[in-house]
Design a protein around this ligand. Sequence first.
Ligand code: ZN
Length: 363
Amino acid sequence: MREAGADVGVDPWGNLFGIVPGSTAALAPLAAGSHLDTVPNGGIFDGALGVVAAIEAAAALREVRTPLRHPLLLLAFAEEEGTSFGVGCLGSLGAAGRAPALEALTDRAGRSAADAIRAFDPGVPRRTMPRAFAAYLELHIEQGPVLERRGAPLAAVDAIVGIARMSFVFRGEANHAGTTPMDGRRDALWGAADLVAAVREMARGTGGRAVGTVGQCTVSPGATNVIPGRADVTVELRSADGGFLDSLCGEAVAAARACAGRFGLEVEHRNRWTEPPVPLDARVHEEITGAARDLGWPIVSMASWAGHDAKILAAIAPAGMIFVPSAGGISHSPLERTAWEDAARGADVLCRALLRLDSWDGA
Ligand SMILES: [Zn+2]
Protein backbone atom coordinates (compact mmCIF):
# COMPACT_ATOMS: atom_id res chain seq x y z
CA MET A 1 0.00 0.00 0.00
CA ARG A 2 2.86 2.37 0.82
CA GLU A 3 4.55 1.64 -2.49
CA ALA A 4 1.26 2.58 -4.19
CA GLY A 5 1.41 5.99 -2.48
CA ALA A 6 -1.00 5.28 0.39
CA ASP A 7 -0.85 6.48 3.96
CA VAL A 8 -1.44 3.25 5.93
CA GLY A 9 -3.17 2.45 9.22
CA VAL A 10 -5.02 -0.25 11.15
CA ASP A 11 -8.47 0.53 12.55
CA PRO A 12 -10.02 -0.60 15.87
CA TRP A 13 -11.40 -3.82 14.25
CA GLY A 14 -8.04 -4.94 12.85
CA ASN A 15 -8.80 -3.78 9.30
CA LEU A 16 -5.74 -2.59 7.38
CA PHE A 17 -6.35 0.43 5.18
CA GLY A 18 -4.44 2.94 3.10
CA ILE A 19 -5.47 6.33 1.77
CA VAL A 20 -4.10 7.70 -1.49
CA PRO A 21 -4.82 11.44 -1.55
CA GLY A 22 -7.09 12.79 -4.30
CA SER A 23 -6.56 15.94 -6.33
CA THR A 24 -9.82 17.58 -5.19
CA ALA A 25 -10.09 18.39 -1.53
CA ALA A 26 -13.28 17.56 0.38
CA LEU A 27 -14.48 14.69 -1.79
CA ALA A 28 -15.42 11.49 0.04
CA PRO A 29 -13.05 8.62 -0.83
CA LEU A 30 -13.67 5.94 -3.39
CA ALA A 31 -12.99 2.65 -1.66
CA ALA A 32 -11.73 -0.66 -3.08
CA GLY A 33 -10.62 -3.87 -1.47
CA SER A 34 -11.79 -7.14 0.09
CA HIS A 35 -10.74 -9.33 3.01
CA LEU A 36 -7.32 -10.68 3.96
CA ASP A 37 -8.33 -13.62 6.21
CA THR A 38 -9.32 -17.02 4.87
CA VAL A 39 -10.79 -20.31 6.06
CA PRO A 40 -8.64 -23.13 7.50
CA ASN A 41 -7.04 -25.03 4.62
CA GLY A 42 -8.37 -22.43 2.15
CA GLY A 43 -6.96 -21.17 -1.13
CA ILE A 44 -4.94 -18.09 -2.04
CA PHE A 45 -7.59 -16.15 -4.00
CA ASP A 46 -10.66 -15.85 -1.75
CA GLY A 47 -10.43 -12.31 -0.43
CA ALA A 48 -6.75 -11.64 -1.05
CA LEU A 49 -7.27 -11.17 -4.81
CA GLY A 50 -9.52 -8.16 -4.20
CA VAL A 51 -7.01 -6.58 -1.81
CA VAL A 52 -4.07 -7.09 -4.18
CA ALA A 53 -6.09 -5.82 -7.17
CA ALA A 54 -7.08 -2.61 -5.34
CA ILE A 55 -3.42 -1.93 -4.46
CA GLU A 56 -2.39 -2.78 -8.01
CA ALA A 57 -4.99 -0.31 -9.36
CA ALA A 58 -3.59 2.43 -7.11
CA ALA A 59 -0.02 1.57 -8.17
CA ALA A 60 -0.97 1.59 -11.86
CA LEU A 61 -2.67 4.99 -11.58
CA ARG A 62 0.44 6.32 -9.83
CA GLU A 63 2.68 4.87 -12.52
CA VAL A 64 0.82 6.66 -15.30
CA ARG A 65 0.56 9.82 -13.16
CA THR A 66 -3.23 9.86 -13.24
CA PRO A 67 -4.33 10.88 -9.75
CA LEU A 68 -8.01 10.45 -9.01
CA ARG A 69 -10.05 13.50 -7.94
CA HIS A 70 -11.34 11.46 -4.99
CA PRO A 71 -9.03 10.06 -2.33
CA LEU A 72 -8.69 6.30 -2.88
CA LEU A 73 -9.24 4.15 0.20
CA LEU A 74 -7.58 0.72 -0.05
CA LEU A 75 -9.21 -1.85 2.23
CA ALA A 76 -8.05 -5.19 3.65
CA PHE A 77 -10.84 -6.33 5.95
CA ALA A 78 -10.24 -8.68 8.87
CA GLU A 79 -12.27 -11.77 9.88
CA GLU A 80 -14.66 -11.89 6.91
CA GLU A 81 -14.98 -15.67 7.18
CA GLY A 82 -15.85 -15.57 10.88
CA THR A 83 -13.40 -18.45 11.43
CA SER A 84 -11.91 -17.17 14.67
CA PHE A 85 -14.79 -15.47 16.45
CA GLY A 86 -17.89 -16.92 14.79
CA VAL A 87 -19.20 -13.65 13.31
CA GLY A 88 -18.82 -13.34 9.54
CA CYS A 89 -17.77 -9.95 8.10
CA LEU A 90 -16.68 -8.78 11.56
CA GLY A 91 -14.15 -6.29 10.14
CA SER A 92 -16.55 -4.72 7.65
CA LEU A 93 -19.31 -4.63 10.28
CA GLY A 94 -16.89 -2.60 12.42
CA ALA A 95 -16.08 -0.29 9.51
CA ALA A 96 -19.81 0.22 8.95
CA GLY A 97 -20.43 0.97 12.64
CA ARG A 98 -22.38 -2.26 13.25
CA ALA A 99 -19.91 -4.60 14.99
CA PRO A 100 -21.05 -6.52 18.07
CA ALA A 101 -19.16 -5.98 21.36
CA LEU A 102 -15.63 -7.34 20.83
CA GLU A 103 -15.14 -8.29 24.51
CA ALA A 104 -18.02 -10.78 24.25
CA LEU A 105 -16.63 -12.64 21.20
CA THR A 106 -14.15 -15.39 21.98
CA ASP A 107 -12.16 -17.86 19.90
CA ARG A 108 -11.69 -21.57 20.71
CA ALA A 109 -8.82 -20.76 23.08
CA GLY A 110 -11.11 -18.41 25.02
CA ARG A 111 -9.35 -15.26 23.88
CA SER A 112 -11.62 -12.29 23.19
CA ALA A 113 -11.67 -10.48 19.84
CA ALA A 114 -10.77 -7.29 21.72
CA ASP A 115 -7.59 -8.95 23.11
CA ALA A 116 -6.69 -10.42 19.70
CA ILE A 117 -6.93 -6.99 18.08
CA ARG A 118 -4.91 -5.39 20.89
CA ALA A 119 -2.18 -8.01 20.32
CA PHE A 120 -2.27 -7.52 16.53
CA ASP A 121 0.72 -5.43 15.52
CA PRO A 122 1.10 -5.09 11.75
CA GLY A 123 3.65 -2.31 12.26
CA VAL A 124 1.39 0.54 11.16
CA PRO A 125 -0.29 3.23 13.26
CA ARG A 126 -3.74 2.72 14.83
CA ARG A 127 -6.13 5.06 13.09
CA THR A 128 -9.78 5.78 12.44
CA MET A 129 -11.00 4.80 9.02
CA PRO A 130 -13.21 7.28 7.11
CA ARG A 131 -16.83 6.16 7.23
CA ALA A 132 -18.35 8.12 4.34
CA PHE A 133 -17.44 6.58 0.98
CA ALA A 134 -18.36 7.90 -2.49
CA ALA A 135 -18.55 4.23 -3.57
CA TYR A 136 -17.13 0.80 -2.69
CA LEU A 137 -15.79 -1.68 -5.25
CA GLU A 138 -14.80 -5.28 -4.53
CA LEU A 139 -13.18 -7.73 -6.91
CA HIS A 140 -13.66 -11.34 -5.80
CA ILE A 141 -13.49 -14.83 -7.24
CA GLU A 142 -16.93 -16.24 -8.02
CA GLN A 143 -16.39 -19.35 -5.82
CA GLY A 144 -18.88 -21.23 -8.01
CA PRO A 145 -19.03 -22.66 -11.55
CA VAL A 146 -21.43 -20.21 -13.26
CA LEU A 147 -18.89 -18.05 -15.13
CA GLU A 148 -16.87 -21.05 -16.27
CA ARG A 149 -20.00 -22.82 -17.50
CA ARG A 150 -21.17 -19.73 -19.36
CA GLY A 151 -17.71 -19.16 -20.84
CA ALA A 152 -17.73 -15.60 -19.47
CA PRO A 153 -14.54 -14.03 -18.08
CA LEU A 154 -16.24 -11.41 -15.89
CA ALA A 155 -19.45 -10.61 -14.03
CA ALA A 156 -20.90 -7.50 -12.47
CA VAL A 157 -22.81 -8.62 -9.37
CA ASP A 158 -26.36 -7.25 -9.11
CA ALA A 159 -27.32 -8.62 -5.69
CA ILE A 160 -26.10 -10.73 -2.83
CA VAL A 161 -28.63 -13.45 -2.10
CA GLY A 162 -30.77 -13.63 1.01
CA ILE A 163 -30.55 -16.67 3.28
CA ALA A 164 -33.33 -18.33 5.27
CA ARG A 165 -32.62 -21.07 7.80
CA MET A 166 -35.19 -23.20 9.54
CA SER A 167 -35.12 -26.29 11.68
CA PHE A 168 -37.75 -29.01 11.98
CA VAL A 169 -38.31 -31.66 14.62
CA PHE A 170 -40.20 -34.80 13.51
CA ARG A 171 -41.60 -36.92 16.34
CA GLY A 172 -42.86 -40.47 15.95
CA GLU A 173 -42.44 -43.53 18.11
CA ALA A 174 -39.19 -45.34 18.90
CA ASN A 175 -39.73 -49.08 18.91
CA HIS A 176 -38.06 -52.44 18.25
CA ALA A 177 -36.63 -52.60 14.72
CA GLY A 178 -37.42 -56.30 14.40
CA THR A 179 -40.71 -56.96 16.13
CA THR A 180 -42.63 -53.91 14.85
CA PRO A 181 -44.39 -54.67 11.52
CA MET A 182 -43.73 -52.22 8.66
CA ASP A 183 -47.33 -51.07 8.52
CA GLY A 184 -48.17 -48.87 11.44
CA ARG A 185 -44.61 -47.78 12.19
CA ARG A 186 -44.23 -44.13 13.14
CA ASP A 187 -40.65 -43.67 11.96
CA ALA A 188 -39.60 -40.02 12.42
CA LEU A 189 -36.85 -40.36 9.83
CA TRP A 190 -39.36 -41.31 7.15
CA GLY A 191 -40.89 -37.85 7.50
CA ALA A 192 -37.48 -36.15 7.57
CA ALA A 193 -36.29 -38.12 4.52
CA ASP A 194 -39.36 -37.06 2.55
CA LEU A 195 -38.70 -33.44 3.55
CA VAL A 196 -35.12 -33.72 2.21
CA ALA A 197 -36.54 -34.91 -1.12
CA ALA A 198 -39.23 -32.19 -1.08
CA VAL A 199 -36.64 -29.42 -0.51
CA ARG A 200 -34.50 -30.84 -3.32
CA GLU A 201 -37.37 -30.89 -5.80
CA MET A 202 -38.65 -27.48 -4.70
CA ALA A 203 -35.24 -25.83 -5.24
CA ARG A 204 -34.58 -27.71 -8.49
CA GLY A 205 -37.94 -26.53 -9.76
CA THR A 206 -37.10 -22.82 -9.40
CA GLY A 207 -35.11 -22.65 -12.64
CA GLY A 208 -31.99 -21.41 -10.87
CA ARG A 209 -33.73 -18.73 -8.81
CA ALA A 210 -33.04 -20.51 -5.51
CA VAL A 211 -30.92 -23.20 -3.90
CA GLY A 212 -31.96 -25.41 -1.00
CA THR A 213 -29.88 -27.56 1.35
CA VAL A 214 -30.53 -29.93 4.23
CA GLY A 215 -27.12 -29.84 5.89
CA GLN A 216 -27.86 -31.32 9.29
CA CYS A 217 -29.89 -34.34 10.33
CA THR A 218 -29.83 -35.96 13.75
CA VAL A 219 -31.70 -39.20 14.38
CA SER A 220 -32.68 -40.27 17.89
CA PRO A 221 -32.18 -42.51 19.71
CA GLY A 222 -29.70 -43.39 16.95
CA ALA A 223 -29.27 -47.16 17.19
CA THR A 224 -29.28 -49.64 14.31
CA ASN A 225 -31.97 -51.78 15.93
CA VAL A 226 -34.32 -48.99 17.02
CA ILE A 227 -36.94 -47.25 14.88
CA PRO A 228 -36.14 -43.52 15.01
CA GLY A 229 -38.49 -41.76 17.40
CA ARG A 230 -37.19 -38.34 16.58
CA ALA A 231 -35.40 -36.64 13.67
CA ASP A 232 -34.07 -33.08 13.67
CA VAL A 233 -33.30 -31.50 10.30
CA THR A 234 -32.21 -28.06 9.14
CA VAL A 235 -33.32 -26.44 5.89
CA GLU A 236 -31.36 -23.60 4.32
CA LEU A 237 -32.74 -21.68 1.32
CA ARG A 238 -31.06 -18.91 -0.68
CA SER A 239 -32.40 -16.55 -3.32
CA ALA A 240 -31.73 -13.03 -4.59
CA ASP A 241 -35.50 -12.38 -4.51
CA GLY A 242 -36.73 -11.73 -0.96
CA GLY A 243 -40.44 -12.26 -1.69
CA PHE A 244 -39.66 -15.50 -3.51
CA LEU A 245 -37.49 -16.65 -0.59
CA ASP A 246 -40.39 -16.03 1.80
CA SER A 247 -42.77 -18.02 -0.37
CA LEU A 248 -40.27 -20.92 -0.54
CA CYS A 249 -40.05 -20.91 3.26
CA GLY A 250 -43.83 -21.22 3.38
CA GLU A 251 -43.66 -24.12 0.92
CA ALA A 252 -41.01 -25.86 3.02
CA VAL A 253 -43.21 -25.62 6.12
CA ALA A 254 -46.20 -26.97 4.20
CA ALA A 255 -44.04 -29.79 2.82
CA ALA A 256 -42.84 -30.70 6.33
CA ARG A 257 -46.46 -30.94 7.53
CA ALA A 258 -47.42 -33.10 4.56
CA CYS A 259 -44.40 -35.38 5.11
CA ALA A 260 -45.30 -35.79 8.80
CA GLY A 261 -48.97 -36.42 8.03
CA ARG A 262 -48.10 -39.22 5.62
CA PHE A 263 -46.60 -41.30 8.46
CA GLY A 264 -48.65 -40.23 11.46
CA LEU A 265 -45.87 -38.04 12.86
CA GLU A 266 -45.85 -34.69 14.61
CA VAL A 267 -43.65 -31.95 13.23
CA GLU A 268 -42.53 -28.80 14.94
CA HIS A 269 -41.05 -25.86 13.04
CA ARG A 270 -38.43 -23.87 14.95
CA ASN A 271 -35.92 -21.05 14.69
CA ARG A 272 -36.65 -19.39 11.44
CA TRP A 273 -33.79 -16.99 10.72
CA THR A 274 -33.76 -14.82 7.62
CA GLU A 275 -31.16 -12.49 6.23
CA PRO A 276 -32.77 -10.56 3.36
CA PRO A 277 -31.05 -10.25 -0.02
CA VAL A 278 -28.95 -7.11 -0.53
CA PRO A 279 -29.22 -5.45 -3.93
CA LEU A 280 -25.96 -3.80 -5.02
CA ASP A 281 -26.00 -0.26 -6.43
CA ALA A 282 -27.39 -0.05 -9.99
CA ARG A 283 -25.20 2.92 -11.00
CA VAL A 284 -22.01 1.24 -9.74
CA HIS A 285 -23.11 -1.91 -11.62
CA GLU A 286 -23.43 0.23 -14.76
CA GLU A 287 -19.92 1.67 -14.32
CA ILE A 288 -18.46 -1.84 -13.90
CA THR A 289 -20.25 -3.02 -17.05
CA GLY A 290 -19.10 0.15 -18.85
CA ALA A 291 -15.51 -0.41 -17.71
CA ALA A 292 -15.49 -3.94 -19.19
CA ARG A 293 -17.00 -2.59 -22.39
CA ASP A 294 -14.31 0.14 -22.57
CA LEU A 295 -11.69 -2.60 -22.41
CA GLY A 296 -13.46 -4.78 -24.99
CA TRP A 297 -14.29 -7.70 -22.68
CA PRO A 298 -17.64 -9.44 -22.37
CA ILE A 299 -19.27 -9.20 -18.97
CA VAL A 300 -22.42 -10.84 -17.60
CA SER A 301 -24.62 -9.90 -14.68
CA MET A 302 -25.23 -12.39 -11.85
CA ALA A 303 -26.14 -12.65 -8.20
CA SER A 304 -23.59 -13.61 -5.58
CA TRP A 305 -24.67 -16.83 -3.82
CA ALA A 306 -22.13 -16.30 -1.02
CA GLY A 307 -21.86 -13.43 1.47
CA HIS A 308 -19.17 -10.75 1.08
CA ASP A 309 -17.96 -7.55 2.74
CA ALA A 310 -19.80 -5.64 -0.04
CA LYS A 311 -23.07 -6.81 1.54
CA ILE A 312 -22.17 -4.89 4.71
CA LEU A 313 -20.66 -1.88 2.91
CA ALA A 314 -23.82 -1.57 0.77
CA ALA A 315 -25.56 -0.15 3.85
CA ILE A 316 -23.22 2.86 3.99
CA ALA A 317 -22.10 3.40 0.37
CA PRO A 318 -23.11 2.65 -3.23
CA ALA A 319 -21.41 -0.74 -3.56
CA GLY A 320 -20.49 -2.97 -6.50
CA MET A 321 -18.70 -6.27 -7.07
CA ILE A 322 -16.72 -7.76 -9.93
CA PHE A 323 -16.47 -11.55 -10.20
CA VAL A 324 -13.80 -13.53 -12.04
CA PRO A 325 -14.08 -17.30 -12.72
CA SER A 326 -13.11 -20.01 -10.25
CA ALA A 327 -11.64 -23.03 -12.07
CA GLY A 328 -14.00 -25.97 -11.58
CA GLY A 329 -16.13 -23.80 -9.28
CA ILE A 330 -13.82 -24.76 -6.38
CA SER A 331 -13.23 -22.46 -3.41
CA HIS A 332 -12.44 -22.73 0.32
CA SER A 333 -9.90 -25.38 -0.70
CA PRO A 334 -6.18 -25.40 -1.53
CA LEU A 335 -7.34 -26.35 -5.07
CA GLU A 336 -8.99 -22.93 -5.46
CA ARG A 337 -7.63 -21.44 -8.69
CA THR A 338 -8.27 -18.51 -11.00
CA ALA A 339 -6.20 -18.12 -14.18
CA TRP A 340 -3.77 -15.19 -13.82
CA GLU A 341 -5.16 -13.84 -17.08
CA ASP A 342 -8.65 -13.74 -15.50
CA ALA A 343 -7.32 -12.19 -12.29
CA ALA A 344 -5.54 -9.47 -14.31
CA ARG A 345 -8.69 -8.78 -16.34
CA GLY A 346 -10.64 -8.32 -13.12
CA ALA A 347 -8.01 -5.90 -11.78
CA ASP A 348 -8.11 -3.93 -15.05
CA VAL A 349 -11.90 -3.62 -14.84
CA LEU A 350 -11.60 -2.56 -11.19
CA CYS A 351 -9.11 0.18 -12.13
CA ARG A 352 -11.19 1.33 -15.10
CA ALA A 353 -14.37 1.38 -12.98
CA LEU A 354 -12.57 3.53 -10.38
CA LEU A 355 -11.71 6.03 -13.14
CA ARG A 356 -15.36 6.10 -14.27
CA LEU A 357 -16.63 6.48 -10.69
CA ASP A 358 -14.12 9.29 -10.17
CA SER A 359 -16.14 11.48 -12.53
CA TRP A 360 -19.03 11.33 -10.04
CA ASP A 361 -19.42 14.33 -7.79
CA GLY A 362 -19.09 12.12 -4.77
CA ALA A 363 -21.04 11.85 -1.57
ZN1 ZN B 1 -14.21 -14.03 0.34
